[in-house]
Design a protein around this ligand. Structure first.
Ligand code: GUN
Length: 283
């Protein structure tokens, strides 16, 4: 069994991003990212902090707009319009989920697709589905890069994606389909999850359920990508896979922490650089 080391690959990517930022700066462009955080969910605040810190380390200019839960949709839209117009900002990221009184679709559609480094705007969603160049959501993008690093080609493989969210499951399935895998997408209404996972050469799971994927649901030699992040009562971070019992059956597996999580941050930086390069080209 081989551990897919996302920490190691993300460090390599972040070093590379730093070099690219240096190059861009030499020619007068400092990449910039605006992060919008609404409310006081501790997990969201922690993610935003990590993203801001990663930007700083890479030399990317970042601004965090932190707003209370009670903020109106119009006020969030005003900030987005401002960031759309700001020539120093290449990427705009609205941390999800948003409070219930906010229309998430309206917020995501207000972001300039050219600055949509999360790849959540329908324009980029459509481009990625069509196999065209566009911003790819960071988490599934990170998974694809991790597979590439370990020379795992999804072509012709049976893949089971567990979870069908717009952020992870759907774009994950799309990228794997574009890489010529045969993809099952399972979700909360799937009748017999085990039947799907047992048939899979690669399982990608990200639903936030501790120990959802157990030993008897995995075929020998399978590749396991654990996108779940759950904090246990004792403070320990775990994924959606019963790692201790599943790992010995796998050919490859991602740990939690240190697997997909660090890749998400690295790919966000990559997307921000891509946007900054586009800006430079247009100048
Ligand atoms: N919430 C959970 N994951 C993500 C992500 O990748 N981007 C944003 N904006 N919000 C998230």
């Amino acid at each position: 069994m081989i551990i897919l080391d996302g920490k190691k690959l993300s460090d390599k990517i972040r070093e590379n991003v730093k070099k690219e930022v240096d190059e861009l700066q030499k020619s007068g462009t400092t990449p910039g990212l605006a992060v919008i955080l609404v409310g006081n969910d501790p997990a969201s605040a922690a993610y935003v902090n990590m993203k801001s810190r990663a930007c700083k380390e890479a030399g990317i200019y970042s601004i965090a707009h932190e707003m209370p839960d009670s903020i109106s949709q119009e006020n969030i839209l005003d900030i987005i319009h401002m960031m759309n117009k700001n020539p120093n900002i290449d990427g705009i990221l609205v941390q999800l989920p948003l409070p219930k009184h906010i229309d998430t679709t309206a917020i995501l559609e207000a972001i300039d697709p050219n600055k949509d480094v999360d790849g959540f705007h329908p324009y980029n969603v459509g481009r990625v589905v069509a196999g065209l160049d566009g911003f790819i959501p960071a988490t599934p993008y990170g998974v694809m890069e991790l597979l590439k690093e370990y020379e795992i080609d999804p072509k012709g493989k049976n893949v089971c994606v567990v979870g069908a969210s717009n952020i992870v499951g759907k774009p994950m399935a799309t990228l794997l389909l574009n890489a010529n895998a045969t993809v099952d997408i399972c979700h909360i209404y799937t009748k017999d999850l085990k039947a799907h996972t047992l048939n899979a050469d690669i399982i990608c799971v990200g639903v936030g359920v501790v120990n959802l994927i157990k030993e008897d649901m995995v075929k020998d030699g399978a590749i396991i990508i654990d996108i779940g992040i759950n904090r246990l009562e004792n403070g320990k971070l775990v994924g959606d896979v019963d790692f201790e019992n599943v790992a010995s059956k796998c050919s490859y597996i991602t740990p939690v922490p240190g697997g997909v999580g660090p890749m998400t941050i690295a790919m966000l930086l990559e997307n921000t650089i891509k946007s900054a390069k586009n800006r430079k080209q247009k100048a």
